[in-house]
Design a protein. Structure first.
Length: 439
């Protein structure tokens, strides 16, 4: 089992990331090693890697355009109003502020299903306020990742309905008849584990003051004023609303491309309002590339890495190998199955993509071991959710980092991935195992 390409590759990627090897290079090396260990020709590995990069092409384009939109909004100086309002409301209330951020992130999954789109717009302008409050950004990273994950794990609304449908559909495809309505009750305990993880992060692990330098993320705008909202800033506000509105329409119509289209239309709206002039357009786009370009490339390579892992066929052999050592204990069986889910999702970086892969093996294995349909739902759903938090290649970690590192003071691995791994993957392992045993 230890020589399995998935195990070797994911562990290598994790070690390289922890050693602060550039994450783009770490993922690329891990993909090559996965192919070598699986016996794939280097040409096959590279063609699979490059071909698979298209899987995140929309996300990468969205990140660049959202970065440009974030720079344009910041350029108007509207963040001054936001900071002043928050200063009055949350001054001296650090923990409440972080929980509010978690709540806003939750809305991005169901009430206004825009996923990571709000982060580069909302978070960078708030960094100065967080610095004054001496808020540990690791707590905010945990809050953002909580909001990006827990709603779809727990609630069948927005992206959650898609996730629950994928889980129930995967079980049906593999011979266990369940409905979408059965997923939420089975995922209550894993969801509770994530809630506990958030509370531990906010009130225990990262509750102490942490100092950051006040570093400007953009030049002070000529549009900025201190007395009232001007036309340029009104354009920024309308642009942000348009970006969200377009995304909501696209999601409801089941169309792809909502994020890049919304960001582009929002930039046009802002230009019409005079939020920036034509000569500044290059500045906005270059700023967007500077803010989000690296993250976009990481998402592209991560999609290719996931394709290589699938091409090796190592996931199936990993589960088969594990089945031989599970024995008759449901506790041991559930824990090892979830551990495998953690490894697979850490590599692929997507809960939604992982579910069909693990379900093909977990469902018949769960039936053979005597798990109930509800327990199998908990195993498959939790296995899919595991690893998304904490994975260097996941948008649930890359998104928070893109906002919190706008001034270059937030490390992707040690300030986002490690904290979210500890506070969400560990509780998911524990509570997912308990759910599988008692359901």
């Amino acid at each position: 089992m230890l020589t399995n390409p998935v195990v070797v590759s994911v562990l290598l990627m994790t070690v390289l990331a922890l050693l602060k090897v550039n994450i783009l290079l770490a993922i690329f090396i891990a993909a090559i090693v996965a192919g070598i260990v699986a016996g794939l020709p280097i040409s096959t590995t590279m063609s699979t890697l490059i071909g698979g990069m298209g899987g995140n092409s929309e996300t990468a384009l969205s990140y660049i355009l959202l970065g440009a939109l974030a720079v344009a909004i910041s350029h108007t100086g509207i963040a001054d109003f936001l900071v002043r309002a928050l200063s009055k409301t949350f001054s001296g209330k650090k923990k409440l502020f972080v929980l509010i951020i978690a709540g806003i992130a939750c809305f991005s999954q169901n009430l206004i299903p825009v996923h990571i789109a709000f982060i580069p717009i909302l978070i960078p302008p708030l960094l100065g306020f967080m610095n004054k409050m001496k808020i540990d950004r690791r707590a905010v990273a945990c809050a953002l990742t909580f909001g990006l994950k827990t709603p779809y794990v727990l609630l069948p609304v927005g992206f959650g309905y898609i996730f629950h449908s994928i889980v129930s559909g995967a079980l049906v495809d593999n011979g266990v008849e369940v409905t979408v309505n059965q997923v939420m009750p089975a995922m209550m305990l894993p969801g509770l584990g994530m809630i506990i993880g958030l509370l531990l992060a906010v009130f225990v692990s990262y509750s102490k003051n942490r100092e950051y330098k006040d570093i400007a993320i953009s030049e002070e705008s000529a549009h900025a004023t201190n007395d009232k909202l001007n036309k340029a800033q009104l354009g920024a506000l309308v642009g942000a609303i348009v970006a969200f509105g377009v995304q909501v329409i696209f999601v409801k119509q089941d169309w792809s491309g909502g994020l890049p289209v919304g960001a582009t239309i929002a930039l046009i709206v802002m230009f019409a309002f005079g939020s920036f002039n034509f000569k500044e357009l290059d500045e906005m786009m270059n700023g967007g590339i500077k803010l989000m370009g690296f993250i976009a490339f990481v998402m592209l390579v991560a999609a290719g890495y996931g394709a290589v892992l699938r091409e090796t066929g190592a996931v199936e052999s990993l589960v088969t190998s594990a089945a031989s050592v599970l024995g008759g204990s449901k506790v041991v069986s559930a824990f090892i199955m979830l551990l495998i889910g953690l490894l697979v999702t850490m590599g692929i970086g997507s809960s939604f993509s992982t579910v069909p892969i693990v379900a093909a093996i977990f469902v018949p294995l769960g039936v053979e071991l005597g798990f109930s349909p509800a327990a199998i739902i908990a195993l498959v759903g939790t296995a899919g959710a595991l690893g998304d938090a904490g994975s260097p290649a996941s948008d649930s970690t890359l998104g928070p980092t893109s906002g919190l590192n706008a001034d270059g003071q937030h490390d992707h691995i040690w300030d986002t991935c490690v904290p979210t791994f500890l506070h969400y993957n560990v509780p998911l392992l524990i509570f997912g195992t308990i759910a599988a045993v008692i359901l």
